[in-house]
Design a protein around this ligand. Structure first.
Ligand code: AMP
Ligand code: ZN
Length: 116
């Protein structure tokens, strides 16, 4: 999918509205439109990478930043004490539906393992 038609690129560009919890020079954090838990946020790099599988060595610092922001959002939303889950779906077979890398942050209800 081209960046022009990518949903998350369009939200980042301000062409489509999103409920943003955080933004910085490397990423934005958006509330998921179809939340699977009381807190369900998406940490999305500003740079268009299709998936984790497209990340390379040059992206190592960015990947670390996404995880640190995921933890910060969980803490800021007062969800750290009872635990939170971070998920990256990679590929349609793993449940990826938007092909712009993102980290899900889920919290506020009991989480089961293994995930479905
Ligand atoms: P994934 O299935 O891992 O690719 O996750 C994509 C997520 O994006 C899903 O949880 C969707 O609910 C969410 N989503 C889709 N469209 C929007 C939107 N316009 N704003 C916020 N979240 C969205
Ligand atoms: Zn994109």
């Amino acid at each position: 999918m081209s960046e022009k038609s990518c949903l998350f690129c369009r939200i980042i560009a301000g062409e489509i509205a999103g409920d943003l919890l955080h933004q910085d020079d490397k990423c934005v954090v958006l509330r998921d439109i179809n939340p699977q838990a009381p807190l369900h946020a998406l940490v999305i790099p500003r740079e268009h990478l299709e998936s984790l599988d497209d990340a390379s060595q040059k992206d190592e610092a960015l990947l670390g930043h996404l995880l640190r922001i995921a933890a910060r959002v969980a803490n800021e939303q007062d969800q750290a004490e009872n635990g939170y889950r971070t998920v990256i779906n990679t590929g349609a077979g793993a449940g990826q539906s938007v092909f712009h890398l993102h980290v899900h942050v889920l919290a506020g209800r009991p989480m089961h393992w293994p995930p479905g």
